[in-house]
Design a protein around this ligand. Structure first.
Ligand code: OAD
Length: 247
């Protein structure tokens, strides 16, 4: 089973989504806070945005949706792949151990002269991404690497290549059930994963209160909130068991 999560999974934990009412992109301009051009123009503003997000995410606790997904991993082991567009750590806090963070991790930073995790392209600094819960706002000094580069959030910005894509494509090719949860289906490449899995014969389903933009790619839609997803996962796990019996 390949599970793709989006901001909706963390909404009931108090972390705002991007596009809904009160969503982050209703109050901030992507090109000013979440792009390489924004970083080049005003790294202080970028760090203020991610410091605010660190503050909000630090206070959040995993909800029943995160817990149900951790439980799924315990039951299915490596037959379950959890890929998230979320940069918070709530899946890990709920007990998920093998999370693919395709858009990066909020509580990590890296040197802006280190290798690009999306392309693997080498740059001048060899320091790997590191854990960092610091906030750099309100006129605080911007963090600088020993090599002289600036420390940036370990986040995949617009215009950059998402992380772990080779692994993600391998898992999409082998999954028999694909489940997307709480994602609006407008940001690519994640929005195309359901189509790729379905072309390979996987059954696809969506769990979330609103129909996503890529609804035609799903065989079934469960119109429920993330905290109610456990019942839907039971249906999908059953599909896996039936699929395995049929082999
Ligand atoms: P969006 O804000 O685009 O969509 C959030 C989805 O969550 C919507 O479809 C809502 O219907 C759904 N939702 C809201 N409350 C929910 C709940 N309680 N339970 C389940 N679903 C709920 O967020 P994403 O699709 O995750 O990228 O956005 C994808 C990417 O766009 C993000 O990773 C981010 C953003 O720009 C980057 O920053 C690179």
């Amino acid at each position: 089973m390949f599970v793709l999560t989006g901001a909706g999974v963390s909404a009931e934990s108090g972390i705002p989504t991007f596009r809904g009412v009160g969503g982050l992109w209703r109050n901030y301009r992507i090109e000013e806070v979440a792009s390489p051009a924004a970083w080049a123009r005003d790294p202080r503003l970028v760090w203020e945005f991610y410091s605010m997000r660190r503050e909000v995410a630090s206070a959040a606790k995993p909800n029943a949706g995160h817990a149900a997904l951790a439980d799924l991993e315990r039951r299915l082991g490596d037959r379950c792949v959890l890929c998230t567009q979320n940069v918070d750590a709530l899946h890990e806090q709920a007990g998920s151990q093998r999370v693919l963070h395709m858009h990066g991790e909020l509580f990590k930073s890296r040197c802006d002269r280190s290798a690009d995790p999306g392309t693997g392209g080498r740059r001048g600094c060899s320091r790997p991404p590191f854990d960092d819960r610091s906030k750099y706002d309100g006129g605080a000094e911007l963090p600088v690497c020993a090599c002289g580069g600036l420390i940036r959030p370990h986040i995949c910005w617009f215009g950059e290549i998402p992380y772990e894509m080779d692994r993600i494509h391998r898992e999409l090719e082998r999954c028999t059930v694909f489940v997307a949860i709480g994602t609006s289906g407008v940001v690519h490449p994640a929005a195309s994963f359901a189509g790729l899995a379905r072309e390979r014969g996987a059954r696809t389903c969506y769990i979330g209160p609103d129909a996503p933009a890529n609804t035609p790619l799903f065989d079934q839609v469960f119109p429920v909130k993330a905290t109610e997803l456990a019942g839907c996962l039971a249906v999908e796990s059953q599909a896996i068991r039936m699929d395995e019996r049929g082999r």
